[in-house]
Design a protein around this ligand. Structure first.
Ligand code: NDP
Ligand SMILES: O=C(O)C1=N[C@H](C(=O)O)C[C@H](O)C1
Length: 239
């Protein structure tokens, strides 16, 4: 598979290594300095683009790929106010777009555990809160994964309307505390508190391999398809 890497930072480099080990070819490594290199590539030069850049650049990058006719797997977080526009463009162009706030299989199992726990806790008198911990370079807060987890809780809990970033007032919402520490790859902790006890579940990434390998598998899966997809489509055999 001919892969274009859009964003060649911590994730782009980890993805490159996994993709090369699997026998794929990297046809471009795009960062801020060499964006115009993409203009030289034609539809046939790229089988799939994998986009892990920054919240400010993701929208333009995805649009660029859809207009070129390149299937695109995006992992960048913090740009989702444009999501419906991108999905409409993908349908209009007959393209292929895959998005996940987290590509790790472990986190996607954790998403399911989170929803099951939220269903069990519904109406039991507990307050739900979350802490996400990431490296100090992270640009967005809360993390995309924390937002997906909070959306999972709201979908199952009658009294929860969404999320608020701490220390905002959070009555009726999941309060998310975003901590930035050293080089932490990504930790998410969900907690339910009552006046008698607490229940906690957590996911801790030890490195970026799980995110990167999930992105490469998603790219392999996307090639040849048309439409808007996410991890539930890829992992539907887990149901
Ligand atoms: N969905 C998931 O599973 C995961 C998502 N992420 C998300 O992926 C994104 C990237 O993370 P990470 O690799 O750690 O970040 P880095 O900061 O290490 O890398 C970002 C890269 O994007 C490049 N970039 C910035 N702007 C542009 C642009 N306009 N066009 C092309 N490239 C650009 C940067 O270039 P330069 O170096 O020149 O500034 C850099 O190479 C973040 O949003 C993060 O939250 C991270 C891990 C997992
Ligand atoms: O920026 C990161 O590093 C990560 N970002 C994603 C997010 O915002 O959820 C996924 C992972 O937690 C690492």
């Amino acid at each position: 598979m001919k892969i274009l890497l859009l964003g060649y930072g911590k994730m782009g480099k980890t993805i490159e290594k996994i993709a090369l080990d699997k026998g794929h070819t990297i046809v471009g490594r795009i960062d801020v300095q060499n964006r115009t290199d993409m203009d030289k590539l034609t539809a046939g030069d790229v089988d799939v683009a994998i986009e892990f850049s920054s919240p400010e650049s993701a929208y333009t990058n995805i649009k660029y790929c859809l207009e070129k006719g390149w299937p695109i797997v995006c992992g960048t977080t913090g740009w989702l106010e444009h999501r419906s526009e991108i999905e409409a463009l993908c349908q209009e162009k007959g393209g292929a777009f895959f998005y996940a706030s987290n590509y790790s299989i472990g986190v996607n199992l954790f998403f399911r555990l989170n929803r099951q726990l939220a269903k069990l806790m519904n109406g039991q008198g507990y307050t739900a809160s979350m802490t996400e911990i990431h490296h100090i370079h992270k640009l967005d807060a809360p993390s995309g994964t924390a937002i997906t987890l909070a959306e999972g809780i709201s979908a199952e809990a009658d009294a929860i309307k969404g999320w608020k970033l701490a220390p905002q007032e959070s009555e009726g919402f999941v309060s998310i505390t975003a901590e930035r520490q050293g080089e932490v790859p990504g930790t998410h902790i969900i907690r339910y508190d009552s006046h008698v006890d607490s229940i906690e579940i957590s996911h801790t990434a030890h490195n970026r391999q799980g995110f990167a390998s999930g992105a490469v598998v998603s790219a392999e899966w996307l090639v040849g398809k048309k439409g808007v997809f996410g991890m539930d489509d890829l992992l539907s055999n887990l149901d």
